[in-house]
Design a protein around this ligand. Structure first.
Ligand code: ASP
Length: 263
């Protein structure tokens, strides 16, 4: 039996005290894994719990875009090659659940009003997300979760309202494969921070390759890529689980996170 594990973050640049909220969500996920839930169910569950916590910039607590709208991004990927993502989606408190519903569809991703219409057809609750004003304040407390289950299956789930002061229609790293998330061969990686910088580096796929193909450990890969490829002033953080069920988190700034493992 594989060592089971979960790790989740509450955003690069966010208040470290939020780790307490993350730990509660992660521990609830640990209990589910122990009772046989799949990595996918648990990664989505932990991410959705953080979307429901208004202190995070995801789902319910999402920040406004420059025009006052609230538009959310989310993604889910499993190690068996399935993927779903939504971008710039209005009126959706739990976009990660919509992203998960795309895993077995013909298309991987949906954006904007089309994503919302598709979610309506499938009964995903539509409701106004009460915005947090971001103007003048840096808000970066996006969320992400990774789980590895007893069968060695890995799943990554991420969700955000986007970086502060971005226009409607802006697409960050969270819904972009290889940028804000990557899961393959029982190794899962999720990123947080300034989405534009993360996207330019295709950060999660880059780090995943270093671990899965070049034999780097998670500490080696995370620390080297962040220090060599990102300006210190650009907030960025990573969480990961490897094929042995080891968890690791690293950021060039504060990043609340929490982990759970079966031993
Ligand atoms: N990466 C997210 C984005 O750019 C924000 C964050 O992680 O804080 O949308």
């Amino acid at each position: 039996m594989t060592r089971m594990a979960i790790i989740a973050h509450g955003g690069a640049g966010a208040d470290p005290k939020k780790a307490t909220n993350i730990q509660s969500a992660v521990d609830a996920g640990g209990s589910k894994l122990t009772h046989g839930a799949s990595a996918l169910e648990v990664a989505v569950m932990v991410c959705a719990a953080l979307e429901d916590d208004p202190s995070f910039n995801a789902g319910t607590g999402s920040v406004t875009r420059v025009d006052g709208s609230v538009l959310v991004d989310a993604s889910v990927q499993t190690g068996d090659g399935r993927m779903g993502f939504v971008a710039s989606m209005p009126e959706t408190p739990n976009p990660v659940k919509v992203a998960a519903a795309l895993l077995d569809e013909e298309m991987n991703g949906l954006a904007g009003v089309g994503a919302r219409d598709w979610a309506d057809e499938r009964g995903f609750p539509r409701s106004e997300v009460t915005p947090r004003q971001s103007k003048g304040k840096k808000t970066s407390d996006t969320v992400g979760a990774i789980a590895l289950d007893m069968q060695g299956r890995i799943a990554v789930a991420t969700s955000t309202g986007g970086c502060s002061d971005r226009p409607p229609g802006r697409v960050g790293d969270v819904p972009l494969p290889g940028c804000g998330f990557w899961a393959e061969s029982s190794i899962g990686i999720a990123a947080t921070g300034i989405g534009e910088a993360i996207t330019r580096e295709m950060l999660c796929f880059r780090v995943h390759c270093q671990i899965s193909q070049m034999g780097a450990s998670m500490p080696e890969a995370f620390e080297e890529v962040i220090s060599k490829r990102f300006d210190k002033k650009t907030d960025v953080g990573l969480i990961g689980i490897n094929q042995h069920g080891e968890t690791y988190a690293h950021a060039n700034t504060n990043m609340p996170w929490a982990a759970w493992s079966s031993d």
